[in-house]
Design a protein around this ligand. Sequence first.
Ligand SMILES: [Zn+2]
Length: 425
Amino acid sequence: MTQTRHRIRSPRRTCAYVGIAALAIGVTATASAGISSRTHSAAGPVATSVDSALAPCRIATTMGVQMSEGLPTPPGYSRSTGEVRALNLMIDFPDAKGEGSAMDRLAEFFPQTSNWFRTSSYGRLTYRAEAPIRNWLRMPMPFAAYGIGRGSAYEPGYRQLVEHIAQAADPEVDFSRYDLINVLVTPNAGPSALDTVLSVTFSGNGEAPMADGVPLSNTSFVYSRQDDGSGSYRQTGYRVLPHENGHVFGLPDLYTADGGGAVGHWDIMSEDWGANNDLLGWHKWKLGWLDSNQIGCASKSGVTEQVLTPLGVEGGMKLAFVPLTENSGYAVEVRTQTGNDESVCKPGVLIYRVDSQVDTGRGPVTVSDSTTGSGGCTRRPNVHSELSDAPFRPGETFTDPKSGITIAVTSERPDGSFQIRVTRP
Ligand SMILES: [Zn+2]
């Protein structure tokens, strides 16, 4: 149930990345390429399509994996489509009293977080942020007494904190009205985020304390400001919250003990410092933000041609998937500087391997770099540089020698879409 955030401030690394040159990607084509018919179902994080053509590409959730990339996301997480109601509570402590107003703390995250989800979900997730208590909620014990540090488990410190939050807020809050809870801790409690990021989410936690008849099972905690001193905090500092809420919706961490070298800046679950970024198309499928007719599944041998439109633009084909096993495959999508993808410096076709047997923080997704060792095309702070130029361009081909799968980018169209050709033996 717990998702612990062992967040490392993303180091700029120029040589630690071991190229994934062996990755092959295949893309499949499916016939349908229509504009999605938007359904505002309250389906939750489970992709609703039972389209049999996609079945081989719906790699399964693996037993024993804490948070898996597999489909469907298990029950217990917050729904990720339709109206999602977020309860925001700003808390402080006797030894760390809130500085400034609690509503100013809230304003560090909103409306940016709601806007981020609207953009990323193509309007399918309507994020309603509410703060029925407009001042700091004082905890009964000093911050230090909860024993909270980086990677702290739920028991006993967080359980006690959640119990105290529920007791303090219950007279004014009906917890049963909300899908998730954001606890916005006063930034002066605990260490600077430059030293240690404490922010964490406990999701799908059926053992959480109850309030108003519901378990407080999907709760994100945000601590000190992720301010790198570059002057961009007002624009980018909120991004820790959509990252933490990603866990509430069932998404795993994509950074590893080595930092952002597996996925770089291509998903907010990999890097949430620095310039804005989007989610991978795989995650959008997992969250129910793509329809089955926007996904191609290249499961059969032969050649498949497909035109993919930029992930940041609503409508059209978004994702091609080439399954390798029941638990893994290659995903293919087009990333350009659109939507939330502010930092893209080399638009093109992004290819990555997804493995549902690899747990959160262990590298369940690995991006294939078309230019291994190049150093990348961005020097923006807190953006993993090496993988910034990972996308494949027309004329380039990704090859997986082991499976014999190739994914070639055949052309770029004036509207920003790319044509690809997947060949699998
Ligand atoms: Zn995380």
